[in-house]
Ligand binder design. Structure first.
Ligand SMILES: Cc1cc2nc3c(=O)[nH]c(=O)nc-3n(C[C@H](O)[C@H](O)[C@H](O)COP(=O)(O)OP(=O)(O)OC[C@H]3O[C@@H](n4cnc5c(N)ncnc54)[C@H](O)[C@@H]3O)c2cc1C
Length: 415
């Protein structure tokens, strides 16, 4: 029997497998194969943007190693294997490890960081953080061993038989860095907060005028800016990074020099790109599946091809929007598992507020549905509601202590 094949072992891929196994525990009756170009380790991606303040390493962020996930869920896992092409007529995948047939296919291939062309001889050093592998690179750049003269002397003493304790060496592991973050959206602001909290110096560069402008009412956004400024974040509004070069002076050896579009210069040790993600539609598009902002699916999460489904950051749902957050993935995974197990189940998304991990000013936002006309109105201190043209509340934002009133606001939306 051909297996159900899932492309991707992010939250979407593993969640649909978990839900499917609850319904179909016998692997002989329901064989499942997962294919991923990553390791397949299970981790919570949201924890990437609050890991530094907690001193977590990439290894510590893995909640369940790939092998254990595969054994527990009784699936075949093809890790470090890239899907190159989908043949929906033959119901086959062409992968870097050979051809694989499928009975039903689930595209849980996520999103890709948007990349803007940058000039400069160090442009390639700009890092996105959208996976554990990206995070490991970023982490390595931030906590790499500093080759200071003092350490070299100790290393030399060590080589001559003197003893240097590992704690002495480790104390040099976390020298504080100057980090420039491109983008003041959700991921940029969360990293900015996390990195200043971990003691680094952080500058955020954004072409807009305020943080999280696409998601928050203006006043909430201003409060976030003030709170992050007080924590130490510096802002560069109305401009973009144009060039990233290796610093020229010998005192700045190993550092970077950024040229901004407003003519100013910024020094940096590490540059993080958080300018947004775009659903990964390449494979689906090449296979002739209907795609717009994501891989288009109907309420059963079926794509325009028979036996092919999509969910997670890769998908564009029936109401026309992508929903690149955890809660929609959970709802979609449950519904899709039921459908794959033979009980067609349309996905129903409840109100799904997003918690923004900025401890300087915690926020919760339930944005209005895509394309809703209306405006944000402040209801009370720390509470805003999005009211549509008919006077109906269609979204809310909560800040600071008011984030505890999430349940009450959800009820208001459901009336
Ligand atoms: C830093 C950060 C913080 C976040 N914080 C929050 C938060 O607080 N709350 C919230 O709700 N959401 C948050 N999100 C969003 C949330 O984490 C994502 O929506 C979710 O993790 C996406 O899961 P996914 O499985 O769809 O995609 P991904 O996790 O991107 O997984 C995609 C998988 O597909 C595989 N793949 C892709 N192409 C191929 C191919 N050709 N061949 C083989 N394998 C392939 C990849 O290897 C990977 O395993 C955050 C996101 C980031 C980046």
């Amino acid at each position: 029997m051909q297996p159900i094949v899932v492309i991707g072992t992010g939250l979407a891929g593993w969640s649909v497998v978990r839900e499917l196994r609850k319904r179909a525990p016998d692997p002989a009756a329901m064989p499942i194969t997962l294919v991923t170009h990553g390791s397949g380790d299970f981790y919570a991606k949201p924890s990437l943007s609050n890991a530094f303040a907690q001193g977590k390493t990439p290894t510590q962020l893995v909640s369940t190693p790939a092998e254990k996930m595969a054994t527990t869920q009784q699936v075949q896992l093809l890790a470090h294997t890239r899907v190159l092409r989908i043949d929906t007529t033959a119901q086959q995948l062409h992968t870097s490890a050979g051809v694989l047939g499928y009975r039903q296919l689930v595209l849980a291939s996520g999103a890709q960081p948007i990349r803007v062309p940058l000039q400069g001889d160090a442009a390639a050093q700009v890092l996105p953080v959208n996976s554990l592998e990206d995070f490991a690179l970023f982490h390595q750049q931030l906590v790499e061993f500093q080759k200071e003269p003092e350490n070299e002397a100790k290393a030399s003493a060590n080589a001559h038989g003197c003893c240097v304790s590992s704690s002495e060496n480790n104390s040099k592991l976390s020298a504080k860095k100057q980090i420039v973050i491109m983008g003041a959206g959700l991921i940029g602001c969360e990293f900015a907060n996390d990195l200043v909290q971990a003691g680094h110096r952080v500058s955020v560069v954004d072409p807009g005028t305020r943080p999280l402008a696409a998601l928050l009412p203006e006043e909430a956004s201003r409060q976030l800016q003030i709170a992050l400024s007080a924590a130490g974040v510096q802002w560069h509004w109305g401009c973009t990074v144009q060039a990233v070069n290796h610093a020229q002076s010998s005192t700045d050896a190993g550092r970077l020099a950024l040229q901004l579009s407003n003519g100013s210069q910024l020094p940096a040790d590490v540059v993080l790109s958080a300018i947004g993600l775009r659903a990964d539609i390449g494979l689906a598009q090449a296979a002739g599946l209907r795609c717009e902002r994501g891989i288009c699916v109907d309420t059963l999460l079926q794509t325009s091809a028979a036996h092919v489904y999509a969910l997670g950051d890769a998908a564009q749902y029936a109401h026309g929007a992508t929903l690149p957050y955890v809660m929609p993935i959970m709802a979609a995974a449950k519904a899709l598992a039921a459908t794959l197990a033979g009980q067609p189940t349309p996905v129903v998304f409840p109100v799904m507020p997003v918690g923004i991990k900025t401890p300087a000013l915690p926020l919760v936002v339930a944005p209005p549905p895509l394309g809703t006309l209306g405006q944000w109105q402040q209801a009370e201190a720390g509470i805003w509601r999005f009211v549509d043209a008919q006077g109906q509340v269609r979204g809310f934002a909560l800040a600071g202590p008011s984030t505890a009133r999430r349940a009450e606001q959800i009820k208001m939306l459901q009336i």
